[in-house]
Write a new protein. Sequence first.
Length: 94
Amino acid sequence: MLTNRANGPLAWAFIAESWDDLVAAYPSNSIARMLTGTRSLDTRPVAEAVHAFVASHEIPHGGKQIVQHLEKQRVSLSLRERESARLTERLTSG
């Protein structure tokens, strides 16, 4: 659900709000995999919320994997911010 363009931010909100329950319900080595889809959350407010959340919550396993997720998210965000207007113009011009 995190990778869904329309519902990704809602899925992220659910994960953030339910974090303690999710961490208690799933093995600690699966938490980093749960966050894989965050790389697709490429709007600035959501990306900043993800980064702040990860910085303020201990994730016991998968530190390198989390860093890679956040790096891919930064790349996606940069691409979106840099190319969005140009691509929209190109696709909508006759």
